[in-house]
Design a protein around this ligand. Structure first.
Ligand SMILES: O=C(O)CCC(=O)C(=O)O
Ligand SMILES: [Fe+2]
Length: 292
């Protein structure tokens, strides 16, 4: 007989989330900004479809960031066949960024913006990839629109016993106008996802039905790796050359690409991920697939 598994506990502000280093901040934006941010971003943000393993990811995405005077800009590398081009912060996102920086007490120079068009859109379980994230800085998700839940699940290698042992999970509702701070320890020991929510409308709360079920999330990061304006050279924390003056040419495809992808795989699987060992020497890979 299949074992009945109880649903994961639902946690919120004040609870021990993940390793206890996560936080939910309610009302991150002042009401006048929170009220208009969604509709403004619908117009101001350059939305794209993104591909992974040849298929479209189930949400719209955009990338914005701080472009330096010399045109160089931060890059966040993660396993995707292609990432949309980074654009300078758009007006409403700039305002949101200011509130995030005030609450976080450190700068953020990069944002991945995602539009979950309905309850059918989702992001599958992953750990955030940290080769390019300034060490010690925190990653945050600002939520606007329909309330969805983040599901945390302990990585498999942290669960004792046979392969069939159930992995502890937690569900964290992300209300409109909230900010979720993903702790570094939690990112290394747990996976996180926004699962789809295909329940019929009448089973959803008003918060979950808000904005017709559409949600925008903004994942802000403090990135330490940069591309030159012509996108030909790479430097900083996650690159081989650590300074702008010594920037080296970007690489595309195998075998360096395969090596970085293998590192990302390890970060997804290992709760005692050896950052220095895997990422320390840096990688100049920009695209994982050879140019066709
Ligand atoms: O939409 C969200 O809040 C989660 C996004 C996320 O996990 C990511 O961008 O890495
Ligand atoms: Fe994530």
């Amino acid at each position: 007989m299949p074992r009945h598994t109880p649903p994961p506990p639902t946690l919120g502000p004040g609870d021990k989330i993940g390793e206890g280093d996560c936080e939910i901040v309610l009302d991150i934006l002042p009401p006048d900004l929170a009220d208009i941010a969604f509709e403004n971003m619908r117009k101001e943000v350059a939305w794209n479809v993104m591909h992974h393993r040849g298929g479209e990811v189930p949400r719209l995405v955009a990338v914005e960031g701080d472009v330096a005077a010399d045109g160089s800009f931060p890059i966040y590398r993660h396993p995707a066949d292609e990432s949309p081009a980074l654009r300078p912060f758009s007006p409403t996102v700039s305002l949101i960024r200011e509130h995030v920086q005030k609450a976080l007490h450190h700068p953020v120079n990069h944002v991945l913006i995602q539009h979950y068009r309905s309850g059918a859109d989702y992001i599958s379980e992953h750990s955030d990839k940290t080769i390019d994230v300034v060490r010690g800085s925190r990653v945050v998700n600002v939520s606007l629109g329909a309330q969805r839940a983040m599901t945390l699940r302990l990585k498999r290698d942290r669960v004792d016993g046979e392969g069939g042992a159930r992995r502890p999970a937690q569900k964290i509702p992300l209300p409109h106008n909230s900010m979720f701070i993903l702790g570094l320890e939690t990112n290394s020991k747990w996976l996180h996802a926004i699962n789809h929510d295909k329940r019929p409308l009448h089973l959803k709360t008003p918060e979950e039905r808000f904005m017709n079920g559409e949600r925008i999330s903004l994942t802000f990061r403090n990135i330490g790796t940069f591309l030159t304006a012509d996108e030909a050279r790479i430097f900083g924390q996650g690159a081989k050359a650590k300074t702008r003056e010594t920037a080296q040419g970007v690489l595309r495809g195998t075998p360096e690409g395969a090596k970085l992808l293998a590192g990302f795989g390890k970060e997804n699987q290992q709760s005692e991920f050896d950052w220095e060992g895997v990422y320390g020497e840096g990688s100049n890979v920009l695209h994982f697939t050879p140019r066709v």
